[in-house]
Design a binder for this molecule. Sequence first.
Ligand SMILES: CC(C)(COP(=O)(O)OP(=O)(O)OC[C@H]1O[C@@H](n2cnc3c(N)ncnc32)[C@H](O)[C@@H]1OP(=O)(O)O)[C@@H](O)C(=O)NCCC(=O)NCCS
Length: 143
Amino acid sequence: MNLRQMLPSDHSALIELFKETPGVTLRDADSYPATERYLERNPELNFVIEDKEIIIACVMCGHDGRRGYLQHLVVKPNYRKLGLGQKLFKECLSRLSEIGIDKTHIFVFKDNGIANDFWQSKGWILREDVNLYSYTSSNSTNA
Ligand SMILES: CC(C)(COP(=O)(O)OP(=O)(O)OC[C@H]1O[C@@H](n2cnc3c(N)ncnc32)[C@H](O)[C@@H]1OP(=O)(O)O)[C@@H](O)C(=O)NCCC(=O)NCCS
């Protein structure tokens, strides 16, 4: 298996992977132009793992100069529990650390049991002291 940087040309394969994965929700932010922009803004922080040139796992990661943010950590079901999820997020944390960012967040839906179990088993702290507020501009097609 081969870990490499995510490329804009991976977009359609990634969308297929996300669509077949319960727990992952697709939004406007997953469109091709938005993904291309994200990868441009966050070089060397987004990865895929391939098996025989088929993408079987991925992670997206960005930062705002202060904190890191992980999104869309996905491993295909047949490849789970082999350490690939951990390998991917550790690669991101290591790159973030190189640029001086030592704290990273991930937003996880409360009803995604697999993901919540995963992050807690890896030592990530569930924040009960923070409320997340979001604002969507009126021209967005996102619900
Ligand atoms: C969450 C996910 C990425 C984990 O990937 P993975 O490659 O299986 O994870 P790893 O092999 O690195 O880690 C496995 C370890 O994490 C924990 N873990 C993973 N899945 C778990 C589960 N369903 N329940 C409990 N613990 C779990 C265990 O400690 C496990 O260790 P073990 O191998 O000793 O049992 C994968 O289950 C997935 O793609 N889920 C669907 C997509 C998703 O919801 N992503 C998260 C969005 S925030």
